[in-house]
Design a protein around this ligand. Sequence first.
Ligand SMILES: *[C@@H]1O[C@H](CO)[C@@H](O)[C@H](O)[C@H]1NC(C)=O
Ligand SMILES: *[C@@H]1O[C@H](CO)[C@@H](O)[C@H](O)[C@H]1NC(C)=O
Ligand SMILES: *[C@@H]1O[C@H](CO)[C@@H](O)[C@H](O)[C@H]1NC(C)=O
Length: 260
Amino acid sequence: MGSSRRVSAVVLLVVVVVAMLAVTGVYGKEKKKKEKICNKGWECSGSVYCCNETITDYFQVYQFEELFSKRNTPVAHANGFWDYQSFITAAALYEPLGFGTTGEKQIKMKEVAAFLGHVGSKTSCTNDNYGIIGQALKVDLLSHPEYLEQNATLAFQAAIWRWMTPMKKKQPSAHDVFVGNWKPTKNDTSSKRLPGFGATMNILYSDLVCGQGFIDSMNNIISHYQYYLDLMGVGREQSGDNLDCAEQAAFNPTAPTATS
Ligand SMILES: *[C@@H]1O[C@H](CO)[C@@H](O)[C@H](O)[C@H]1NC(C)=O
Ligand SMILES: *[C@@H]1O[C@H](CO)[C@@H](O)[C@H](O)[C@H]1NC(C)=O
Ligand SMILES: *[C@@H]1O[C@H](CO)[C@@H](O)[C@H](O)[C@H]1NC(C)=O
């Protein structure tokens, strides 16, 4: 009799403790979230990333225009097509996820320089999967790929989506690699893939640009990034470690059989 009562007392105690843990756990989490989330209107809302400066706080229209006017970019309609308002409108979709809003001000400015360096140097979405991007942006790009050439906001959205999205499960996005969210595995390290601008080229262009020494296409992208760092007042000396991908093996080789 006594022992069964003791057992039920122990069971009751356990239940009470578990319930208390559950309550405090949930409460703790909720409190933490509520403390952190911020709203900054149309540009950034409902996220921890909106609590610090957003892109319009540190990147103005005259800076954007300097980036895209002072150098002849090989992008088809670089002059006039890419405009500040389209960039900011597109960025607003991704700022709550950390695009240009992660970490300290200098990291944010560097991410904008890195992303726009890719855009200004060459990036077009012609090799990308219109189906997946169209799904992500809720636009029928399979039937209307020309929208990307006609609508700069959409084109920026597609490019930022590409920057923010891992190409495969368990792989980092270019954003993750750049802002320091990514820890290389042993496999990465032995393939010379380390955090930095170089690995963003690896993710975006694979072995078309990386693992082939200091080829022109790679150097061109790096020089855009560094030129933009200068123009934004950050300075190319802040380019960061692992700037190139000259010796990196591709995350996703385009022709896996062509090893020799
Ligand atoms: C906000 O800014 C601080 C100081 O610059 C930085 O340490 C922190 O990581 C930033 N928050 C986010 C969510 O990036
Ligand atoms: C351009 O694309 C954006 C984003 O999908 C859309 O909101 C806007 O209406 C489009 N503009 C035109 C002129 O079609
Ligand atoms: C390591 O990398 C190689 C090629 O870079 C790949 O084929 C292999 O699957 C990777 N292994 C793991 C465990 O990720």
